[in-house]
Design a protein around this ligand. Structure first.
Ligand SMILES: [Zn+2]
Length: 313
């Protein structure tokens, strides 16, 4: 409280002193009062003007810098935009090409299916030649007008199409493998090379005398030692001397189908062994009831001898 009072006293005495001295200045400087004030104004105005000028210059320089930066940025943006447009165009072309590739894959898939299903492909494949793939060249030309949305749609459709096609090809592969397995176990090849000296069915008895007998297989003559092969994949169920058949091999191919190879000079497989189509199982001979070196080849379906000619390619 004491300090505040002291300050108040001090300021009071100062204002008094100023008030007292005012008349004196007014008197002495009456003639030069206006110029000084004017000068002060001029100086102030000049100061403000200079400040404004400097501000203006700085602002202008700043604006210049900004404009230049904006110009560079704009150029960069324009370049980027141009590059992106080019990229989109390339993407559109690539997408259209992919679409054409997909269509060709679809055609190929359909054609493969027809082949697998043993359909006549002559007419259908000719129809396939006039299909869309050829027109794809026109669409690959620069006038591709796909925007990003179109591209996205096409890509989405392609993704679906690829999945469908993949599934279809997987099925096709399984069908082909099954077919291959069926073919492998089907005795469709000749057991050896040579001359067919006796066919399947009723024939004049080889023993002569004008009698006829039933021949349950075919006889293929060749020199002793000619390789005899398994005519299909399967398991050996007999490899031994078998009465009139001499040295004999029998193979079970599944599905009730069994093949028999008789009169061999030598057997190369044992009972129970798995064999592949085309594998040498014996050598041609003249053992058992035989009138000359040959193989007696038989195919039995569910125990009944059938004409091997119906199986041979
Ligand atoms: Zn025979």
């Amino acid at each position: 409280m004491a300090k505040k009072t002291k300050n108040m006293n001090k300021s009071t005495s100062k204002s008094e002193k100023t008030a007292m001295s005012m008349p004196q200045i007014e008197q002495n400087s009456k003639s030069i009062r206006i110029p000084i004030v004017t000068g002060k104004y001029i100086a102030a105005v000049l100061c403000v003007f200079v400040v404004l000028m400097m501000g203006g210059v700085f602002h202008y320089q700043g604006a210049l810098r900004t404009t230049s930066a904006e110009k560079t940025e704009l150029e960069n943006l324009r370049k980027n935009n141009e590059a992106q447009s080019n990229q989109i165009e390339q993407l559109a072309k690539a997408t259209v090409n992919l679409q054409a590739d997909m269509e060709r894959l679809n055609s190929l898939d359909a054609e493969l299916r027809r082949i697998v299903n043993n359909e006549d492909t002559t007419n259908t494949s000719r129809a396939g030649l006039v299909r869309p793939p050829i027109t794809s060249n026109e669409r690959v030309e620069p006038q591709v007008q796909l925007d990003i949305n179109d591209i996205n749609n096409v890509v989405n459709n392609l993704q679906v199409a690829v999945k469908v096609r993949e599934q279809s090809l997987i099925e096709l592969k399984e069908e082909l493998l099954a077919k291959q397995a069926r073919l492998a176990t089907r005795p469709s090849i000749w057991p050896t090379a040579g001359e067919v000296t006796s066919r399947f069915g009723w024939r004049s008895s080889p023993s002569g005398g004008g009698s006829r007998d039933y021949h349950p297989g075919i006889d293929i003559a060749n020199s002793i030692g000619t390789p005899i092969v398994a005519t299909a994949d399967g398991q050996v169920i007999q490899s031994e001397w078998y009465a009139g058949y001499g040295e004999t091999v029998q193979i079970d191919h599944g599905n009730g189908i069994v093949t028999l190879y008789g009169h061999n000079s030598q057997r190369l497989v044992r009972s129970g062994q798995m064999v592949k189509k085309g594998q040498i199982i014996a050598y041609l001979g003249n053992t058992g009831y035989s009138t000359g070196p040959h193989v007696h080849y038989e195919i039995r379906v569910n125990g009944t001898a059938v004409n091997p000619a119906t199986f041979l390619n």
